[in-house]
Design a protein around this ligand. Sequence first.
Ligand code: AHR
Length: 341
Amino acid sequence: MFRKRSYSVIVVGIFLAMTLALLFFGSRLFTDIGEEAHITQENRIVVGVSQLGSESGWRTANTESVQNAFTQQHGYFLIFNNARQKQENQLKAIRSFISQRVDYIIFSPVVETGWETVLQEAKQAGIPVILMDRNVDVEDQSLYVTCVGSNFVEEGEKAGHWLEGELVRQRKSAQPVNIVILTGTEGSSSQIGRSAGFATVAARHANWNILEEKCAEFTSTKGKEVMKGFLRRYPNIDVVVSQNDDMTFGAIEAVRESGRTVGVDGDIMILSFDAVRGALNMVADGTINVDIECNPNQGEYLLKVIDMLEAGETVEKKYYVEEDVFTIENVTQELLQERTY
Ligand code: AHR
């Protein structure tokens, strides 16, 4: 009887001990996992990115570069918004990032003006703003921390310098040269910079006649439409300066449909910007004479800048990405194979 009772006491004791152990360690285990998940979430840097649109192959590559940079593995939580070419959509996106209290706001401004108020709001909320690709025209430079992008004026100058050299090479530097220019989104940094850079070089040559400059919004469809108009108005175009590859693709179609030829052995020289793979193929086969590179791989630069800011280091106001100039001489098969965009 005694034995039986003590036996059941032992069983009950063991059961109680196991239950308590389970409760104690079980809850510890649960809390630890919970805390870890919470800490991981908390430790991630939240970045709100407002991309201006998806108008070009370059833009798609730029978006991919950003999305590949701000990943969970790199310690980020990315909130991405595509503004579909509208400044009002970018303003909305930035305001939503502010109300979500993100750690950083990154945006590629569709045009340079009209940002003061929203940037002031971000500043008041204590959220650092980083500009990507393009710049803003604001008096108070403290409204953004830094800008990672291209030197658009230099890109325009590179196009001008290439044309100078080519005309010398062809022994045509004293002859009249008729030029038309397809420009990108009016008021964007890439349009303003490339136009200004090319104009500086053109101003040194009295024989360079700029017949017309017209906006084709960085798209292929518009490029073709605007080029058709140029061809109708000017029968003697020698040079097309097209401020991005997408417009160039459209312009080349228009020239060919008009019965004229383009490129190294053609009637009309083609100067383009961006150097996406499709255009580099055309440089390699002589369709495009020169392509001034605009580097869309800006994600890694942005990561470095945020690392520096997180470490409390001072950052420069502007970081230029590395860029090249491509002609038939330096577009190799290796380069084409390696090109990711
Ligand atoms: O601001 C960079 C420009 O924007 C690229 O040249 C163009 O393709 C893009 O849409």
